[in-house]
Design a protein around this ligand. Structure first.
Ligand SMILES: Cc1ncc(COP(=O)(O)O)c(C=O)c1O
Length: 449
């Protein structure tokens, strides 16, 4: 183990004041190295990482196969601009992705750098393909912080604070109890029935369905609180889009690449095919790469030159992504996701059921290793079923106590929610340590009141 590095502490102190304060930050330190589900800061303090860089390093930090592929590619060629020529890994990536698409109709790709950029292109694509101007998005949905992507984001107002947004965007309530103003224990079928009524109303009262190009939906609402879309909701959206000639865009930026226990979260719904799918994050395990895939006939509606970007589909990022797809072929990643998912859900459900801590917890939800615990607040909905006074700022206090035990965790959404999104390779022992820390943190806050 290297000794804590005084030079790095000095580097941090001298320069952090020049970083824009418009960024939030969980840990005001430098992460010097990472391995699997662990990271080390400049003080050489070790952390179990339940954030995975916000769902990015799915195969763990510094995965050897990804590292080797990147080194090899740097030695060949780093940058082949996508409008000039192809790089080898660009084509190898397509070769590896085509067979694992959630539906074989998804056969034509464009690669960009970030999730938000993928969304920007998807928006252009659906408007051009349908010749319709408007978009329906989901209340609580998140699609990124660039202009158009933030305009279809509805998880928190901070993402568009003080700036104008793109017009022609309508938000439909998602089948999430907060959006519909009902109790957390409302059965899924009732939530879906209420959300269906609201969407039908939206196209009667707010925008004609023939003026809507597409519906954008995440298969698990991510930054909006880790709320899985019921299968019946996604099937309804599919029928609704077909009925009205709209396209269905499924945003798998956070849910893709095994995060929910299948390669794609939409694969939890049988015979389900989006018209357009966006993906990023786990794709290149930490290298900036995103993708949009659709049917050839939809992509063909875009004239050459309407899309592109200097770094789009960068060769090094594509080489990392090829390595990721190869690892999924040979390693039992999805099996580990499902086993570790059960481990953490058992812990969270036990906390929700325990007389010591039940009063703090409004909801436990998620899919695979996209897991959340929502706490009660003074919001009347979250108070249903409470058995006594509800402590203040539960999430923030629990988060701090977990971090103090050497575990990185994030909050999410405008509600008091903590989320757990570890690398998919987290071991049973690491998850057990994390579960122990979560339990003791929630119990301590319950004791303190
Ligand atoms: C579902 C979803 N879409 C889009 C984005 C934006 O991706 P990026 O941060 O790479 O721009 C995110 C990021 O969290 C996301 O979760």
């Amino acid at each position: 183990m290297p000794a804590p590095n005084a030079n790095l502490s000095a580097l941090l102190e001298a320069n952090k004041k020049h970083v824009t304060p418009a960024l939030g930050r969980l840990h005001d330190h430098i992460i010097v190295r990472g391995e699997g589900a662990r990271v080390w800061d400049e003080q050489d303090k070790e952390y179990i990482d339940l954030t995975a860089g916000i769902g990015v390093t799915n195969l763990g930090h510094s995965h050897p196969a990804v590292t080797a592929a990147v080194i090899n590619q740097v030695q060949q060629v780093s940058h082949v601009q996508c409008s000039i020529a192809y790089s080898v890994p660009y084509l190898q990536l397509i070769e590896n992705l085509v067979p694992i698409m959630p539906d074989k109709s998804l056969d034509t790709f464009f690669f960009w750098n970030s999730g938000a950029e993928a969304i920007e292109f998807a928006l252009k694509l659906v408007k051009r393909a349908t010749q319709r101007p408007n978009i329906i998005c989901m209340q609580g949905g998140y699609h990124g912080r660039t202009f158009a992507a933030s305009s279809i984001t509805r998880s928190k107002t901070v993402y568009t604070l003080g700036s104008q947004t793109m017009g022609g965007v309508y938000a439909a309530p998602f089948p999430y109890w907060h959006s519909l103003g009902v109790s957390p224990d409302t059965p899924e079928e009732e939530l879906v029935a209420m959300a269906k009524i609201q969407l039908e109303l939206l196209v009667k009262q707010q925008v004609a369905p023939s003026d809507v190009a597409a519906i954008f939906c995440e298969p698990v609402i991510g930054e909006g609180g880790y709320v899985p879309a019921p299968a019946s909701w996604l099937r309804f959206l599919r029928e609704f889009c077909d009925k009205h000639g709209m396209l269905l865009v499924i945003d798998e930026v956070q849910t893709g690449f095994g995060r929910t226990g299948k390669m794609w979260a939409s694969e939890h719904v049988e015979n389900f095919a989006p018209d357009v799918m966006t993906f990023a994050k786990g794709l290149a395990n930490g290298f900036p790469l995103s993708g949009v895939v659709s049917r050839r006939e939809i992509m063909e509606k875009q004239e050459p030159g309407t899309i592109g970007g200097t770094y789009a589909g960068n060769a090094i990022a594509c080489a990392a992504a090829v390595a990721v797809t190869e690892v999924f072929k040979t390693q039992p990643i999805l099996e580990n996701v499902n086993a570790r998912s059960k481990q953490i859900f058992d812990t969270l459900h036990a906390l929700r059921a325990s007389p010591k801590t039940a009063n703090l917890i409004a909801d436990v939800r998620g899919k695979g290793l996209m897991v959340a615990m929502e706490f009660r607040t003074d919001d009347a909905l979250t108070q249903r079923g409470a058995t006594g006074p509800i402590p203040k700022d539960i999430g923030k206090r629990v988060q701090k106590k977990i971090i103090d035990q050497g575990i990185f965790v994030l909050t999410t959404s405008c509600f008091d929610t903590i989320r757990f999104i570890p690398p998919l390779v987290i071991t049973e022992e690491e998850m057990a340590a994390a579960c122990k820390a979560i339990t003791s943190a929630v119990e301590e806050v319950a004791r303190e009141g």
